[in-house]
Design a protein. Structure first.
Length: 426
C-alpha cells in the first residue's frame, strides 16, 4: 500500500513538473534558489475603490513572510475570465486568481484549478459559511476559498416608508405591490423599481421553488409552469400604482440606482457592492436611513436570492514551490484579520462569521446584508450555469417592454439554453 502511494505521488509529481514546464506565468519569475519565491496574483476588484486595500494587505503578507514575494496585477473583471482561460490553456497564468464564484466550476472542470482540500489554504475551512463553501466545490472537491460574498436584498428608504405609514419591509411580492401603491399615494414617489436583468429576476424563480435548470435531473426548467409563474410575478412588478415601468435602455442600471440613492424611488433590489454608493446619495447621508431586508418570497413561501462573490483559487499548472507559496498567501488573504480589514475599507461582506466584528457591523449596510445571507442560494456546480443568464438577458427586456409575450420569450430562452447544455432534456 505504501509503495503504491509513493508511486502515485511520483507520477503526479512528474505530471505537475511537465505542466509547469509548459510555459506558465509561474515558471519564469527569475526566482533564485536561495531567494524568495515570487507568485503572481490576478485581482479582479475595482482598481480605484478596492484594489488599494488588497495592495496594503500584500505588503503585510510580505513583511511577515520573507520567503514569498507577490506580483500584484489588477485585471478588469469583465476581461479576467477569458484572459485566464487563454493563459491557463497556454502560458502566462497567474498562481492565484480572484475568481468569481460562477467561474470556479468551469475552470475546475478544465483542470486549471488546484484542489484545496487538506491544504494550508483551507486550514480554517470550518470557519467559513457552509453555503459559500458549497459553491466553491466541483464534483466533491474544493477549488476556491471564499474571500468576499454578496447576494441580493430588498433595499429601501426608511424615511419614505415611515412617511407612508409602513412599519416593516414587505415579505412577499404581493405585499410589495400593495406597499408601492401606498408610498405613491402618501409621498408622490414610486414605491418600487425593478430590473429587467436576468440575475435580478432570479429571486422570482427561487420564490417558486425552481431555477433555470434542474442540475440534479439534468433538465431545463426555464419554461416550466413554475418558472412561468415566477416570471409572471416579475412582469407584474412593472405595472401598477407606485410600480415604475420597465427601463429597457442600456443605462437602466444607472437610472435605477440614481433614483434610489436620491430618494426618487422608495425600494429596489440590489447587492452590497453598491453600499458605498448608497451613502453618496442625498437620501442616505444618514446611513441609518438605509433599510435592508430579505427579498420578498413567492407563492412557495420561501425567499431566495443568488449567491455572488469571489473565491481565491490556485493555478494547478504552477510548480510545487509556487503552489506552496500561493497556498500560504490564500490562507493569509482569507483569514479573519484580513477579511475584517477588507470589510472596513471596502464595505464588502466577509465570508466567515469571525470577521463580522463589532467594528465591521457598525456599518449598517454590512450589518444589514449579513442578516439576509441565510436566504442566499449557492449556485449548482454546473460549469455553464452563469452563461444561462445570457439568453434571458436578451429575452426579458423584450418581455418587460411589451415587444414579446412571456410564453414566446421563455420559449426562445429555452431553445438558447439547450444549446449551452446540450445534454439536458426539456
Amino acid at each position: 500500500m505504501r509503495r503504491g502511494i509513493a508511486a502515485s505521488a511520483l507520477v503526479a509529481s512528474l505530471a505537475l513538473a511537465a505542466t509547469a514546464c509548459g510555459g506558465s506565468d509561474s515558471g519564469d519569475k527569475g526566482d533564485k534558489a536561495d531567494g524568495p519565491v515570487t507568485i503572481t496574483w490576478w485581482d479582479t476588484s475595482n482598481a480605484t475603490n478596492e484594489a488599494p486595500t488588497y495592495q496594503a494587505l500584500i505588503k503585510e503578507f510580505e513583511a511577515a513572510n520573507k520567503d514569498v514575494k507577490v506580483k500584484y496585477v489588477n485585471v478588469q473583471f469583465d476581461q479576467a475570465q477569458n484572459k485566464f482561460d487563454t493563459a491557463a490553456g497556454s502560458s502566462g497564468a497567474p498562481d492565484v486568481l480572484r475568481s468569481e464564484v460562477g467561474w470556479t466550476p468551469a475552470f475546475a472542470k478544465k483542470g486549471y484549478f488546484l484542489p484545496l482540500d487538506g491544504t494550508e489554504a483551507l486550514a480554517d475551512k470550518d470557519k467559513f459559511q457552509p453555503n459559500l463553501m458549497e459553491q466553491a466545490q466541483y464534483e466533491g472537491k474544493t477549488y476556491g476559498v471564499p474571500l468576499v460574498t454578496d447576494t441580493l436584498a430588498l433595499v429601501y428608504n426608511k424615511a419614505l416608508f415611515a412617511k407612508a405609514g409602513i412599519t416593516e419591509a414587505p415579505k412577499t411580492w404581493d405585499e410589495l405591490k400593495k406597499d408601492a401603491a401606498v408610498v405613491k399615494d402618501k409621498t408622490g414617489v414610486d414605491g418600487y423599481w425593478g430590473s429587467t436583468q436576468a440575475y435580478y429576476a432570479q429571486s422570482f424563480l427561487y420564490g417558486e421553488g425552481t431555477d433555470t435548470v434542474d442540475a440534479s435531473a439534468k433538465k431545463i426548467t426555464v419554461n416550466s409552469d413554475a418558472a412561468k409563474k415566477a416570471y409572471g410575478t416579475w412582469l407584474s412588478t412593472f405595472d401598477g400604482k407606485g410600480l415604475h415601468k420597465a427601463d429597457t435602455t442600456a443605462d437602466a442600471y444607472a437610472h435605477i440606482q440614481d433614483a434610489f440613492v436620491n430618494g426618487k424611488v422608495a425600494a429596489i433590489i440590489q447587492g452590497p457592492w453598491e453600499i458605498t454608493n448608497f451613502y453618496k446619495g442625498s437620501a442616505f447621508q444618514d446611513k441609518n436611513n438605509l433599510g435592508i431586508a430579505t427579498v420578498p418570497a413567492g407563492s412557495s413561501g420561501k425567499a431566495g436570492a443568488p449567491t455572488g462573490g469571489h473565491n481565491l483559487s490556485v493555478y494547478a499548472g504552477s510548480d510545487a514551490a509556487h503552489q506552496k507559496a500561493a497556498l500560504k498567501f490564500v490562507n493569509f488573504m482569507a483569514s479573519a484579520k484580513s477579511q475584517t480589514q477588507i470589510a472596513l475599507k471596502n464595505s464588502t461582506l466577509p465570508t466567515r462569521d469571525d470577521a463580522y466584528t463589532a467594528e465591521v457591523k457598525a456599518d449598517p449596510g454590512i450589518a444589514g446584508y449579513q442578516t439576509v445571507l441565510p436566504a442566499a442560494q449557492p449556485r449548482p456546480a454546473l460549469p455553464e450555469y452563469s452563461s444561462l443568464w445570457g439568453p434571458l438577458d436578451t429575452e426579458l427586456p423584450k418581455i418587460a417592454g411589451g415587444k414579446e409575450s412571456l410564453d414566446k420569450g421563455l420559449s426562445n430562452a429555452e431553445v438558447a439554453i439547450a444549446k449551452l447544455v446540450p445534454d439536458y432534456s426539456k
